[in-house]
Design a protein around this ligand. Structure first.
Ligand code: MSP
Length: 497
């Protein structure tokens, strides 16, 4: 599983956190299924944009990137991201992989010298044709005025790959998800592919071409190769095949062309297997604009965590936006979802169960009914969640999980155990609720690892919720009873707006 590697020209913001948290949750879900996952993220440190930012800061590019890259790593620690690697494009292992991939494509005859002139957006690190530009000379993504460049470049002969790419995608129709984003990539290929420039002589901040050191590799050829570099491509062995091909490249909709058109063509040229999948996300918007440094509306994730907690923040990002669509970020949105789904729903259920168990069952958890009406709700929640995580739809997976939370609250309201005298009937209803909470803890753990563990312990379970294995852990009837149930502080204190 991979995230894009983020440009170090800016401090990490909410937009970066979004993609990284989606990848983290997906990684954790796969680990619950028993899959062996390596989750890779990192930083994209070469190119004109970074060089210019370093100059503006009065620093050498290496010193500049050495200062920013750790801020990304520190944020991922703070956000409890379970990445196994953090690759920087300035590392020797990355440079070796870029040289290897370039050489393979050059040897295949797909890289040739040519002259290029065109309008270039430094923010995208991309040339645009006149038809693509907005208002004459503005880039369609950033609406920034593009710059005219003319230089002798090496080109990757992308135009030769049109048919091969269309054929490959026809044979792998579910490789790109969601479908509407994948269709955009197919549309790009069908509208005709232009060769793209892969080198610069005007730039020094990059990886030199192995056969012509007067050129350095252009950012996208360099950056995309990180995915192979991270698993050992270019180290002189075939070790990378242990992990390659990647199951999912998680990317934003802004970098579909490079990931779903350039990258597979580069891999075909180099004789490397294509990725198994791409999961393409939309943007988080703030007042209708993409959250980014250039829009000036970058939100610091740490500001939000202060109010709703880390897991409340993670839950919001995963649950509030349908992956693939744009989502609107607002502080009011964070608080209202937190109050509705977490404070009033899951938090309230956990507190209610602990209170009634304390009053009516001497604080000791009781066993569920094997034939409880909730058993079917639990099975449906697991199946729904599994199907949705499988197609990279965290919001729908969490909604399926919350269907069990809602069913359990309704079950309690239907039986009103708080009104009954202690006895077998109350014990069974509470056992059902505890068993449902056990399953909810497992199913919500990819989104909220810490809260899930707390919930797990409060209902008297031992060990790590992350060590549970699905589908077995979702099977009804495993809550044994006999352990102490603790109420503790509210899991999600309600926030007054
Ligand atoms: N460095 C390139 C990617 C190279 S990958 C081989 C790059 N970096 S970036 O930092 O500008 O953005 C990378 C990704 O961050 C986007 O594709 C997207 O996944 C994520 N996001 C950045 N801003 C975002 C939002 N406002 N909303 C959601 N995701 C966003 O492009």
């Amino acid at each position: 599983m991979t995230t894009p590697i983020y440009y170090v020209n800016a401090e990490p913001h909410l937009g970066h956190a979004y993609t990284t948290i989606v990848g983290d949750a997906l990684t954790r879900w796969r680990r619950l299924l028993g899959d062996d996952v390596t989750y890779v993220t990192g930083t994209d440190e070469h190119g004109l944009k970074v060089q210019q930012s370093a100059e503006a800061a009065g620093m050498e590019p290496q010193a500049f990137t050495d200062e920013i890259a750790p801020k990304f790593a520190a944020l991922w620690d703070r956000l409890n991201i379970a990445n196994d690697d953090f690759i920087r494009t300035t590392e020797p292992r990355h440079k070796a992989a870029v040289a290897e991939l370039l050489q393979r494509c050059y040897d295949a005859g797909d890289i040739e010298l040519d002259t290029f002139a065109g309008k270039y957006c430094v923010a995208c690190e991309e040339y645009y044709s006149d038809e693509e530009l907005v208002d004459g000379d503005r880039c369609p993504i950033h609406l920034r005025v593009t710059e005219y460049f003319e230089e002798e470049n090496y080109f990757f002969r992308l135009s030769r790959f049109e048919d091969r790419l269309l054929d490959w995608y026809a044979r792998h129709p579910t490789a790109m998800t969601p479908e509407h984003r994948g269709n955009e990539a197919i549309g790009l290929i069908k509208s005709g592919l232009r060769d793209f420039s892969i080198s610069r002589t005007s730039l020094t901040w990059g990886v030199p071409l192995p056969w012509d050191e007067t050129h350095v590799a252009y950012v996208w050829f360099d950056a995309l190769t990180n995915y192979l570099a991270a698993v050992g491509f270019g180290d002189g062995t075939d070790r990378y095949r242990d992990w390659w091909p990647v199951d999912y490249h998680l990317i934003g909709k802004d970098i579909v062309r490079q990931h779903c058109v350039y990258w597979p063509a580069m891999l075909m040229s180099a004789g490397v297997e294509l990725p198994k999948g791409w999961a393409i996300g939309g943007w988080l918007l703030s007042d209708g604009d993409k959250i980014s440094k250039s829009s000036g509306n970058a939100v610091d994730p740490l500001d939000v965590i202060g109010d709703v907690g880390l897991d409340g923040f993670r839950y919001y990002l995963l649950a509030d936006t349908t992956y693939g669509n744009d989502g609107d970020f607002s502080y009011e949105g964070v608080v209202s979802r937190y109050n509705a789904d977490l404070a009033n729903n899951l938090g309230n259920l956990a507190a209610r169960v602990a209170t009634v168990v304390a009053k009516k069952c001497d604080g000791i958890g009781t066993a569920p009914d094997a034939d409880s009406a909730l058993a079917a709700a639990a099975a449906a929640a697991y199946e729904g969640a599994a199907a949705q995580w499988d197609v990279v739809q965290p919001s729908r997976a969490l909604d399926a999980t919350w269907s069990l939370v809602r069913a359990t609250n309704s079950h309690l309201e239907a039986h009103e155990p708080w009104k009954s005298d202690p006895g077998p009937a109350v014990d069974t209803v509470m056992g059902d609720a505890l068993e449902a909470l056990r399953i909810v803890a497992v199913l919500c753990s990819p989104a909220m690892p810490d809260i899930a563990q707390t919930l797990w312990e409060r209902i008297g379970m031992t060990g790590e919720v992350a060590d549970q294995r699905l589908p077995q852990a979702a099977e009804w009837g495993q809550y044994a009873g006999g352990a102490t149930v603790t109420k503790g502080e509210p899991l999600f204190p309600r926030i007054k707006v």
